[in-house]
Structure formats: structure tokens, C-alpha cells
Design a protein around this ligand. Structure first.
Ligand code: CAA
Length: 387
């Protein structure tokens, strides 16, 4: 189901077709198996890199495709409709570490890290949250102190997507001192690599959904970080992270739409095939109304996302609107996947059928990259200012 509401260009149609063919061949057939095993498939990184899908928004100078946000989000929806775990790896990489490096990196940092990231030789991750700092992101405690030209870092990052396989992690770390805390202004961004002395990958989380996307703690135990690994200006890391999350939250919106679309399509096909009381259940108005509401919310979320993404491409984003997309699309995905289980009835609750995975995968879209409550804070602040 894809209306032409959004006036797709030939290039965008080709991107959708490429993403769909890739997902059909390399992702969809294995998604259930990876989910059960909690397996991250490393070959996907190189394959997505070969397609250009790990540098979709990057300039061609750094081996990126130099595409607009809408084209990227269309590709991401296709991948998410096949497997939400693969989609979050692609979304985090394209939206957070690569965007931060591109926006704030020196030419030398970009040459060293961005081009291999675009080619899929280095997978990117983003480390902001900590065990005691989730929604209250400026309360992070990971601490860097100067040692000559280097920084020595102590602390733990939590819930880092792709952390087991990441070759580059953009981490937000305090560079103020415990004696003179500056909340969000005391945080700097650093480019970390797993070879830094004192860097270890900690506990891998056992999750409800997105089980094929590894989520880990990162432990910094006297980690020595060369001074030239600071990204941008000292003390600006929190603001950079918030700006990058605006890309990230559009990505998670596309992921939510992909998950919901897969659930809707499964429910529709099942309703046409399943017979009760002598007829396909799709002929009962009660089921049709459910499908009608699912399709309506899905189409509304996609229309909102593409309107906001087009505004982003034109540089005319209205404050709060990215959060509106993330809030609406993630709550839509949770609702649509819940309805899909209901259409499947008892079978929907069984692992043999696909919809319970969509439901488990959808839940985290209401939590990561800012909970629904955080999105309401951002929207609430934006709309309650004098216009
Ligand atoms: N762009 C630019 N600057 C921004 C900004 C943005 N989008 N958002 C905030 N800032 C600036 C503010 O203007 C402010 O600067 P001044 O002090 O100069 O005015 C500064 O940053 C601090 O902002 P706030 O006062 O708004 O900060 P706050 O402490 O009240 O927090 C918040 C606001 C919205 C709750 C924020 O902390 C937040 O978004 N929390 C959620 C964090 C989050 O999304 N975490 C996701 C983890 S990443 C993840 O999940 C990735 C993954 O792996 C899947």
C-alpha cells in the first residue's frame, strides 16, 4: 500500500524498488530465524554499504549517495517492513554518527571515518544514555579529564544499538569538572573506536523485541582518548546530539511505519483467507472497520513524515514537528500491531505467525530516541510559545 500522495520522483521509485529487492533477498527470509536466535548478521553491513544505503545522506565526496531525507526514509521503510532490527542498525548509522561527523567533523576526521562508514566498512553507533540518565540526557556522568593532549574517560554507556559490531561510536561525555557542573553545557562529543585502551563492550541486553539488533553497555575504564578525537567544540556535545536526534527521530518514524505496514498487510491477507461462520472474516464489517482504521492511521503517519521530511530538505523545519512524527508514528505502530494480533485471533499470539514479532518490535519505537513523553515535552514547549 503506497499512495502517490507524496509525488515520488523516478529516482525515489528506483530506491524503493532496490530496497524492496534487497529486503526480499537478504533480509525477510531470515528475519524470524535471527529474531529467535538473537543473531545479528554482520554481512548485512557490507551488503547495505555496497548498495550505498549506509551513506544515503552523505555527500558523494565521502562516498555517500547525497540523497534527500525523503529518499532515505522511503528506503528505511522498506527495510523495516522486512525486519525492524536491520532497520534500526541502518537508521542509527545514517541518522546519528554519520550526520554528527558530517556536520561537526574536521576534514581529517571526515576523511578517516566518514568514507569507510558510507561504504559499510565501519558501522556507526551513538552513545548518549547511561544507566541513570535516559530521558534526562544532560544528567550523564561519564567523565573525561585531561592528561596532556589526551583525555582519560571513566563511566558506562547504556543501550547502545549495534555496540557489539560498531567501528565508530560517537559518545557524549562530560568535560566539565565534578566541582563545576554545567549540565548540558559541560558535555562534549567524542569519536571512539573499539581499539582505544580501556574500552570494552559490556553486557548484551536480552530484549523483548529487535532481538537481531545487539544492544549493549559500553564500559570506559580509564579509556585513553587522543585529543583529536573530540568532535566539534568542547561543551557542545549535548546540542549536537539533540540536533542529530532530529534526523534520528525521522528514521524511527520510518521504521515504525515499516513495522506497521508489515502488520497491516499480514492482517489483511489473513482476513481474506480465514473463514469463520461460513465466510472470510474480511467480509465482516467488524474486521473491515479494524482494517480501515489501521490503513487510515498508517497513511496519516506516512503523510506526516513525508511532509516534515520535505520541510527538513528545504531547511524550513517547524520546531516540534519532528517530535510530532516520532510520537504519532510510534504510537500508530503499537496500535496497528496490536490490532493485527486481534485480527489473527489465537494464531496472532503464536510465534508461528508473524504478527507477534511486529508487536514486540513496535514497542521500543515508543521508547528509544526519546520516549513518547519526551516527544510531548518537546512538542509542548514548541506549541506553547507565542507564535
Ligand atoms: N537543537 C538544538 N539545540 C537544542 C535542541 C535541538 N533539537 N534541543 C535542545 N537544545 C539545546 C537547548 O536550546 C538548550 O540550550 P540553551 O541552554 O543554550 O538554551 C540545551 O540544548 C539544553 O536543552 P534543554 O534545556 O531543553 O534540556 P533538558 O535537560 O530540559 O532536556 C529533553 C530536554 C528534550 C528532555 C532532552 O534531554 C531529550 O531529548 N531527552 C531524551 C534523550 C533521548 O532521546 N535519548 C535517546 C537515546 S539515543 C537512542 O535511543 C539511539 C539508539 O541507539 C536507538
Amino acid at each position: 500500500m503506497m499512495t502517490d500522495l507524496h509525488h515520488l520522483t523516478e529516482e525515489q521509485r528506483a530506491i524503493i524498488a532496490t530496497a524492496r529487492a534487497f529486503a526480499d533477498e537478504h533480509v525477510r527470509p531470515y528475519a524470524d530465524q535471527w529474531d529467535r536466535a538473537g543473531h545479528f548478521e554482520p554481512s548485512l553491513v557490507r551488503r547495505l554499504g555496497d548498495l550505498g544505503f549506509l551513506g544515503m545522506l552523505l555527500p558523494t565526496e565521502y562516498d555517500g549517495l547525497g540523497l534527500d531525507a525523503r529518499s532515505y526514509l522511503l528506503a528505511l521503510e522498506e527495510i523495516a517492513a522486512a525486519d525492524a532490527s536491520t532497520a534500526v542498525m541502518m537508521s542509527v548509522h545514517n541518522s546519528l554518527p554519520t550526520q554528527m561527523l558530517n556536520a561537526f567533523g574536521t576534514p581529517e576526521q571526515k576523511r578517516r571515518f566518514l568514507a569507510p562508514m558510507a561504504r559499510g566498512e565501519l558501522l556507526g553507533a551513538f552513545a548518549l544514555s547511561e544507566p541513570d540518565a535516559g530521558s534526562d540526557a544532560s544528567a550523564i556522568r561519564c567523565q573525561a579529564r585531561r592528561d596532556g593532549d589526551d583525555w582519560i574517560v571513566e563511566g558506562t554507556k547504556a543501550w547502545v544499538t549495534s555496540g557489539t559490531h560498531a567501528g565508530v561510536i560517537i559518545a557524549m561525555i562530560r568535560t566539565d569538572t565534578p566541582e563545576a557542573r554545567r549540565r548540558s553545557k559541560g558535555i562534549s562529543a567524542f569519536i571512539l573506536t573499539p581499539d582505544l585502551p580501556g574500552f570494552t563492550v559490556g553486557k548484551k541486553e536480552d530484549k523483548m523485541g529487535l532481538r537481531a539488533s545487539p544492544t549493549v553497555q559500553l564500559v570506559f575504564d580509564g579509556m585513553r582518548v587522543p585529543g583529536d578525537r573530540m568532535l566539534g567544540a568542547e561543551g557542545q556535545g549535548f546540542i549536537y546530539a539533540m540536533q542529530s536526534l532530529e534526523h534520528g527521530r525521522l528514521g524511527i518514524s520510518a521504521q515504525s511505519i515499516g513495522i506497521a505496514r508489515a502488520a497491516f498487510e499480514a492482517a489483511r491477507a489473513y482476513a481474506m483467507e480465514r473463514k469463520q461462520f461460513g465466510q472470510p472474516i474480511a467480509e465482516f464489517q467488524g474486521v473491515q472497520f479494524k482494517l480501515a482504521d489501521m490503513a487510515t492511521r498508517l497513511t496519516a503517519a506516512r503523510a506526516l513524515l513525508h511532509t516534515v521530511a520535505a520541510a527538513k530538505d528545504r531547511g524550513v523545519l517547524v520546531p516540534g514537528e519532528v517530535s510530532m512524527c516520532k510520537l504519532f508514528a510510534s504510537e500508530m505502530a503499537m496500535w496497528v500491531t496490536t490490532q493485527a494480533i486481534q485480527v489473527f485471533g489465537g494464531y496472532g499470539y503464536m510465534k508461528e505467525y508473524p504478527v507477534e514479532k511486529y508487536f514486540r518490535d513496535a514497542k521500543v519505537t515508543e521508547i528509544y530516541e526519546g520516549t513518547s513523553e519526551v516527544q510531548r515535552i518537546v512538542i509542548g514547549r514548541a506549541v506553547s510559545k507565542p507564535q
